[in-house]
Design a protein around this ligand. Structure first.
Ligand SMILES: *Cc1c(COP(=O)(O)O)cnc(C)c1O
Length: 427
């Protein structure tokens, strides 16, 4: 499929049925798979042969959908996970252990920040958070001898900063570590981080890829380009024998193109079991079939809404990379020339109280803890997710009291604008 455009891969990637086989991808709703001899199955357990034996490790439906996402990103191997959180965790834990260190952009999804700064810290992995605007000198200063990776989001949720992927990749590679990029908000339709030097890409497929608010899921894709074998001391898990698989050495036995995902599947899925169900993978694939069509509309709606809000007297500020005067517009033009995403953040004059009333006045966008859905939705952190915080505490957390995050869905552009106009009128 890789000879085709992203549009065609969205629709048909990952699966080419043979004569008389189903046109739609089959849902293999089976935990286990049958073998004639114990030896045949034993070869699978030793990673000497490839095949299915238990759906905690691999399932044909999930693999089909992972293959489509792999083709979309231009990678060499991919795996689905139960959620975006599992994808972020695996992507780091596959190459870092207790005593290791990671450099991460500070503007990342709140759930990922908590995973890194609290939960993985308890596992003995330390994170240094750097500004996405950091200079190369500032980035260099964040590294330690035990640094194992650099992490960032193409478009940060909810800060909407755009990662300078080339700069982050250059610095990571100078220190002999991979750059991991969470590409959830851009999707491969709007940006392929591998083309700019990223080594591993993660996704919360819950967002635009599913696109209909139907199934939680995640994905990890490997570019196959990072040369683990050049740094055997840094990445012993990939470069030395795994005794739990009779001495397999992932980077040698599966090549650079397969090592990362094979190890994450064989060790992390085996032990943590954050699998996506075949049913969810089927729903995800339905979303992927229209991803290229939907992303264009999400972006067009967000652009029109952002421009409308920017010109409105009751709005104090608007952040959207597609706006010409946005701080990230130049980076967006480089990395996201066809559009960024459907999410906007903005502030209402009148602060916390006015923001709450504006949202309640909207008839189309529902108040939800979600983004990237076909249906528009909005969230006012100060009165929901962060409601226990004072205005001062909110500012320290980088969330102003008047901030509303609006995820523009696929509804009519004029309807979305008219709805905001009437709710602002009534303030
Ligand atoms: C939602 C989100 C996640 C977490 O994904 P879940 O599927 O909710 O676990 C990770 N990264 C980004 C950028 C997200 O928006």
């Amino acid at each position: 499929m890789s000879q085709f455009s992203k549009d065609t891969i969205c629709v048909q990637g990952g699966y080419t049925p043979g004569n008389g086989e189903p046109r739609q991808i089959p849902i293999v709703q089976s935990t286990t798979f049958k073998y004639a001899t114990g030896d045949a199955m034993g070869a699978l357990f030793d990673l000497k042969a490839s095949g299915y034996f238990y759906s905690r490790l691999q399932n044909p439906t999930c693999d089909t959908v992972a293959k489509k996402i792999c083709e979309l990103e231009g990678g060499t191997a991919a795996m689905l996970t139960s959620s975006g959180q599992a994808a972020s965790f695996y992507s780091i834990f596959n190459i870092a252990s207790c005593g290791d260190h990671i450099v991460s952009s500070a503007t990342i999804y709140g759930g990922t920040f908590n995973l890194f700064a609290v939960t993985m810290k308890r596992m003995g992995i330390e994170f240094t958070f750097v500004s996405p605007d950091a200079t190369e000198e500032e980035l260099n200063a964040a590294f330690r001898p035990n640094t194992k990776a650099v992490f960032g989001e193409t478009i940060a949720n909810p800060a909407l900063t755009v990662l300078d992927i080339e700069k982050f990749a250059r610095v990571a590679h100078a220190h002999g570590v991979p750059l991991i990029v969470d590409n959830t908000f851009a999707t491969p339709v709007n940006c392929r981080p591998f083309e700019w030097g990223a080594d591993i890409v993660t996704h919360s497929t819950t967002k635009y890829m599913d696109g209909h608010g139907a199934a939680v899921g995640g994905c990890i894709v490997d570019s196959g380009k990072f040369n683990w074998l050049a740094y055997p001391d840094k990445f012993p898990g990939l470069c030395t024998p795994d005794e739990s698989y009779h001495g397999v050495t992932y980077a040698k036995d599966f090549g650079l193109e397969g090592a990362f995902i094979t190890k994450a599947t064989a060790q992390l899925m085996r032990d943590f079991g954050s699998v996506q169900s075949p049913q969810s993978a089927f729903l995800l694939n339905m979303g992927l079939e229209s991803l290229h069509v939907r992303m264009a509309r999400h972006c067009a709606n967000a652009q029109a809404v952002a421009e409308f809000l920017q010109g409105h007297e009751k709005i104090s500020w608007v952040v959207y990379p597609g706006l010409k005067n946005d701080k990230n517009h130049e980076l967006a033009q480089k990395y996201l020339p066809n559009g960024s995403c459907g999410v906007i953040s903005f502030g209402v004059k009148g602060g916390r109280e006015a923001a709450g009333r504006l949202m309640e006045g909207l008839k189309i966008a529902a108040i939800e803890t979600h983004v990237a859905d076909a249906r528009s939705c909005c969230l006012h952190p100060a009165s929901t997710t962060h409601r226990q915080m004072s205005d001062e505490e909110l500012l320290a957390a980088g969330v102003s009291a008047d901030l509303i995050r609006l995820s523009c869905g696929l509804e009519g552009t004029n309807d979305l604008i008219a709805d905001l106009a009437q709710a602002l009128e009534n303030l």
